[in-house]
Design a protein around this ligand. Structure first.
Ligand code: MG
Length: 164
């Protein structure tokens, strides 16, 4: 049985994952508006992944005899200064999520909840990948610039996510 403290912490994390999903969908919509279908593709896949993370936590709370309580999701940003600024936001956001996952893990340690710790190992590993991929894209954007050919090449690269 999930402790009340962890139930609250897991419900908060479900909200953070759904907030992430909503943020990436808003970013995807921005990319569509800028005629960057590859960026939009990458971000829409990200949206789906975040909602999968939320559902894994949802399943866990239920399996452990807890009660899922959904919370309010704030309106995400609507405009971004540039594709580079957008990816700066992605990386900043993922770093924030990493800190939240680590905090949740600390609570699971404190509560001596071993199943929660095992589940969270997967999330901790996932965050390493999330930060690495956002950082790699951001570095390429900074290096190649945002004008003309470089941006088109980047858009083509991001269009390939989910195709293999
Ligand atoms: Mg996530």
């Amino acid at each position: 049985m999930l402790s009340k403290t962890l139930q609250k912490a897991f419900n908060d994390q479900i909200n953070h994952e759904l907030t992430s999903s909503y943020l990436y969908l808003s970013m995807a919509a921005f990319a569509e508006s800028q005629n960057l279908p590859g960026f939009a593709n990458w971000l829409k896949i990200q949206t789906k992944e975040e909602s999968c993370h939320a559902m894994k936590l949802y399943k866990f709370v239920n399996e452990r005899g807890g009660r899922v309580e959904l919370q309010k999701i704030e309106q995400p940003p609507f405009e971004f200064k540039s594709p580079t600024a957008l990816f700066e936001e992605v990386l900043k956001h993922e770093r924030k999520i990493t800190a939240l996952i680590n905090k949740l893990y600390e609570s699971a340690l404190k509560e001596k909840d071993y199943p929660a710790q095992v589940l969270l190992h997967e999330f901790i590993a996932e965050q390493v990948e999330e930060e690495a991929s956002a950082s790699a894209i951001l570095e390429t954007l900074k290096m190649a610039g945002e004008k003309g050919h470089a941006l088109i090449m980047m858009d083509r690269q991001l269009a390939r996510r989910g195709q293999n």
